[in-house]
Ligand binder design. Structure first.
Ligand SMILES: O=C(O)CCC(=O)C(=O)O
Ligand SMILES: [Fe+2]
Length: 294
């Protein structure tokens, strides 16, 4: 097993890419270059994210939840060095505008956030479509799938080195597009053998993580990747995560192409909202929730 997460060039992915298929089956995660989000915009969004998370706490608290867990997350007892601002859904210009208003964003900040929202959503849909084509689906549409969006800040102290900034988990949705921190690193993903592999920073790239939904959606073909963030050095670590997920009321079911006599349906149909509720209420954050629907 290779020790590094695979890197793939979005421009080089063919319609039925065996390489992409192998990666999403075995790793459930990869880095993508030529994803279409301008590198300058990524850098500007990183700066704006830092400015927003540096705002006074009273302002950050105005970033209220739209769905459970979508708004401001204060540092907690479990994760005292971590906080996040967020919105649902990045595909909706109204939601993006409300987020900017809640945080009293300047016209410049608003412009960056709106451009990034459009660019990252397009990249998410493009990658999801390339994945589905690599699995042999010709016209599966992700067009109306929403995206939760979160900007994360880790205020790592010298004492925290070696500890977790975010504990081991899977993401709940279909895929997450992550602009990880290019200075401090710290993201680690679990490989097929159950070992953590450091996803070393590669500036200008995006990390794609497959979440829980990818497994029942693909009738068990795809892998949801467990990952965590380790503190490798003192300083501020920033990351920006975009979670492409089915609409809440959509029933997660494998398309007919993934089901035949040799590959019977492995999971009971369930709406995304219900899957998320199960994950949350039973505290099954590392993919175990799938055992409840198989
Ligand atoms: O900060 C990171 O690099 C990863 C964050 C993450 O895993 C998440 O937001 O789900
Ligand atoms: Fe995650």
């Amino acid at each position: 097993m290779e020790g590094k997460i695979p890197v793939i060039d979005a421009h080089q992915i063919e319609e039925k890419s065996i390489k992409l298929r192998e990666i999403i089956e075995k790793w459930g995660c990869f880095r993508v270059i030529n994803h279409g989000v301008p590198l300058e915009l990524m850098a500007e969004m990183k700066s704006v994210s830092k400015e927003l998370l540096d705002l006074p706490i009273e302002v950050k608290r105005q970033n209220v939840d739209v769905i459970p867990g979508s708004g401001y997350m204060e540092p907690s007892e479990k994760n005292p060095l971590y906080e996040a601002l967020g919105l649902f859904d990045v595909a909706s210009s109204l939601s993006v505008s409300n987020f900017c208003s809640q945080l009293q964003a300047s016209p410049h900040q608003r412009e960056i956030i709106e451009s990034y929202a459009r660019g990252i959503y397009k990249a998410a849909i493009d990658i999801a479509s390339k994945m589905s084509k690599s699995l042999g689906l010709t016209d599966y549409s992700f067009e109306n799938w929403p995206c939760q969006f979160r900007i994360n800040k880790y205020s790592f102290t010298p004492e925290a080195i070696g500890s977790s900034g975010v504990q081991i988990h899977t993401d709940a949705g279909f895929i997450t597009i992550l602009q990880d921190d290019e200075n401090l690193g710290g993201l680690e993903v679990m490989n097929e053998s159950g070992e953590f592999v450091a996803a070393d920073p590669l500036p200008g790239t995006l990390v794609v993580n497959l979440g829980d939904v990818a497994v029942p959606w693909s009738n068990g073909i795809l892998r949801n990747v467990q990952h965590r963030v380790q503190c490798k050095g003192a300083g501020i670590r920033m990351s920006i995560a975009t979670f492409l997920s089915p609409p809440p009321d959509k029933i997660i079911e494998a398309p007919a192409e993934f089901v035949d006599a040799e590959h019977p349906r492995l999971y009971a149909p369930i709406t995304y909202e219900e899957l998320r509720r199960l994950r949350f209420t039973k505290k099954l954050h590392a993919g175990e929730v799938l055992e409840l629907i198989d």
